[in-house]
Design a protein around this ligand. Structure first.
Ligand code: ZN
Length: 685
């Protein structure tokens, strides 16, 4: 029976580049979609850029362009990155679309008619300078618990405490720096608490067509935590409105109020699909009506389960639509066992990977070989990446075609012998249902392990039958023809097994094999007497240098990327323990700046004439980038190390000490000061 399936990946946000973390999800989804299509099912893969909200609005303002222009540009970049990795969407749309506006309003009106929307007045921090309410992430201040500075309004990155932005000490707007005021505003709430009964049922339910659960076991456990046990619920209502100025859709009959970006983002799945349906003539309602017999799956990251497994099914159900068939979450990507890092060069963008000329199918294969159906983080180990791709794809798989095709071309005019009775091929065909089941259940790692075991069996067969020796022996033509035909058939079967993961190689192989296309039927059918085309090289090996260059290309020093400091923990590690005696060896003194000036021929150095009380000295300090106007330092006090050996500074002169400064997480250097009353020459300690 032909299944009718709609599949989505989470919508990338239109403010930032696609990196390998996104790629994990889109590869996972794409492999599944391609598998369904190879099996002959009607499967539609829809995605879009998620375009609304304050971050997009502010980023566009910063660039001095309209948000519409920014999101159009970003969408093109995103789509180019995904297409480069052979992600085969049927539609990649935008949440800023007429379809999405229409569905968002329609769902909202239906929820309202159903008594599920309520308005309440809430208090929220307001930026008086920018004249806007501030989302939690745009308020910063001192953590009320550990007193770390510059923490976000929702949680402290130093001690991990979560709080409300109004609890921050000395809060300030991250947009303007102004001190925010607490103001009242009317907000609209989706009464999610009232949906708890339905959600308890749905989250622990199975879909009717195959009895498989809507959610993974780990996700269900998380939902039970959020939903509470028994009749009680701990689920709170959901604030779905934001005040102007906001980039999004205005709420019907509520001027100045906008749908919160997370309301219209999942509706973007519907909108993207509707846009596709209108183009290709598919019946949209058949997929979204309440009693739909079609299937709908959402592939997402574990961090957005809450939205997809609670809000979204409730929104759909209580507005008269079908709920998802399955929501499948995956874990995060680490590189070499650590969080992706800009300073280490492991925050790898899709664009850089493609620009460095690495084959996207290498990454597709490696990631698929790590993925299973669980919500587990997966690690990209760069050495393992090189060795696994080279050994599996080049060494085991592509080589089979390379070793047999020459004999078929030279000795048998490119014609295969009918080898339908081959025991080797029977062995490969026998795995078709098992491997299909593994793809279906998103157990890609297991599927690829089984496929490579089949490739091993084929290579053992090559070594046992040695076609290159048969070719030299009298009267072995028939046998040579048979062995090489078996190998080309085996290669065809392996190609079909790998086709969901390696679509480009499968297409190239289809040309060489003289087939219109590879389908799942090729995993169990032999080709018979069939003419093939000339073999052309299908895949190169990964070279160590390519990976080294990729990492180098992605390396950004913390000095130049303020954003990375926050991502990686703001504070430098505390140095090794030192003794009091160690400390006392360093003689630090108060000094007065007599004159400070830029150094000709250096962009880094400033030249300080200093009064140490007991003598005058010249010190060069590499802080020019932080103090563009050096004369303003004249007359102030600094702290300097007085007992370093004098140091020759290239052609500029001798430096007689070191001025102390604090290195901020943003890579700026800030001079130390001393309270009034201290004199030049005073000892610091
Ligand atoms: Zn804290």
């Amino acid at each position: 029976m032909t299944r009718k399936i709609l599949v989505t990946s989470a919508l990338p946000y239109a403010n930032g580049s696609i990196h390998l973390g996104h790629m994990v999800e889109h590869i996972q989804t794409d492999v599944w979609v391609r598998f369904q299509k190879l099996r002959g099912h009607e499967c539609h893969y829809c995605c879009a850029d998620d375009t609304h909200g304050t971050p997009v609005m502010l980023a566009a303002q910063k660039q001095g362009i309209a948000p519409e222009d920014m999101i159009a540009k970003v969408r093109e970049e995103h789509l180019a990155d995904f297409t480069g990795f052979h992600i085969g969407y049927d539609n990649y749309y935008s949440t800023h679309s007429p379809e999405n506006k229409q569905f968002s309003e329609q769902i909202y009106r239906a929820l309202k008619a159903n008594g599920k929307i309520e308005s309440r007045v809430i208090e929220q921090l307001f930026d008086p300078e920018k004249q806007m309410f501030l989302p939690d992430r745009f308020v910063k201040g001192e953590c009320p618990k550990c007193h770390a500075q510059d923490q976000y309004g929702d949680n402290c990155e130093v001690c991990g405490t979560t709080y409300s932005p109004t609890e921050l000490i000395n809060p300030y707007s991250a947009v303007s720096g102004a001190k925010p005021e607490l103001r009242e505003s009317e907000h609209f709430f989706f009464k999610l608490g009232e949906c708890a009964g339905y959600l308890k049922e749905w989250t622990s339910g199975n879909n009717p067509h195959d009895g498989k659960p809507h959610l993974q076991a780990e996700a269900l456990n998380k939902m039970k935590e959020w939903l509470g046990e028994g009749e009680e619920t701990t689920l709170s209502d959901w604030d779905i409105s934001r005040d102007a100025p906001y980039f999004g859709f205005e709420i019907p009959d509520a001027p100045g109020k906008y749908f919160y970006v997370w309301l219209d983002a999942p509706v973007g799945y519907m909108a993207s699909f509707k846009n596709l349906c209108d183009r290709i003539g598919v019946d949209f309602d058949e997929y979204f009506k309440a009693d739909s017999q079609t299937e709908m799956y959402h592939f997402i990251g574990k961090d957005i389960l809450y939205f997809h497994a609670l809000f979204w099914p409730a929104m759909l159900h209580f507005s008269g639509h079908r709920a998802p068939t399955g929501v499948y979450a995956h874990g995060f990507l680490t590189v070499d066992g650590q969080k992706m890092s800009k300073s280490r060069g492991t925050f790898i963008t899709a664009k850089s990977y493609l620009e460095q000329g690495l084959n996207p199918e290498w990454m597709r294969y490696y990631i698929a070989a790590k993925l299973n159906s669980k919500i587990e983080d997966i690690d990209l180990n760069l050495q393992d990446f090189i060795s696994r791709v080279n050994s599996d794809l080049v060494g085991k798989y592509v080589n089979i075609a390379a070793r047999a095709s020459g004999f078929i071309a030279k000795r048998f005019e490119g014609r295969l012998k009918d080898v339908s009775g081959s025991a080797l091929l029977a062995k490969l065909a026998a795995e078709s249902d098992t491997i299909a089941e593994q793809y279906e259940n998103r157990e890609y790692a297991r599927a690829l392990r089984d496929i490579m075991a089949l490739a091993d069996a084929v290579n053992e067969y090559v070594d046992a039958n040695k076609p290159w020796e048969l070719a030299k022996q009298e009267g072995q033509d028939e046998r040579l023809h048979e062995v090489c035909s078996e190998l080309i058939n085996a290669f065809t079967m392996l190609t079909a097994y790998l086709a969901p993961v390696l679509p480009q190689t499968a297409a190239n192989a289809a040309r060489f094999l003289n087939l219109d296309a590879i389908t799942w039927a090729n995993t169990r059918e032999t080709l018979g007497e069939h003419a093939i085309n000339k073999y052309e090289h299908l895949m190169q090996r990964v070279e160590q240098k390519q990976v080294d260059d990729l990492i180098e290309a992605n390396k950004q020093s913390i000095q130049t990327t303020p954003a990375s400091a926050a991502e990686e923990g703001k504070y430098e590690k505390v140095a090794e323990q030192a003794s009091f005696d160690d400390f006392m060896k360093i003689d630090m003194r108060v000094a007065k700046v007599l004159n400070c000036e830029a150094v000709e021929g250096s962009t880094k150095l400033l030249k300080f004439d200093l009064d140490f009380g007991f003598e005058k000295r010249i010190i060069f300090s590499g802080i020019a980038a932080s103090y563009p106007n050096p004369a303003e330092l004249n007359g102030r006090m600094v702290i300097a190390v007085a007992n370093f050996a004098p140091r020759k500074m290239a052609k500029f002169g001798v430096s007689e000490g070191m001025i102390l400064s604090a290195a901020t997480a943003e890579g700026k250097l800030k001079l130390l000061d001393v309270d009034a009353g201290a004199q030049p020459g005073d000892k610091v300690g």
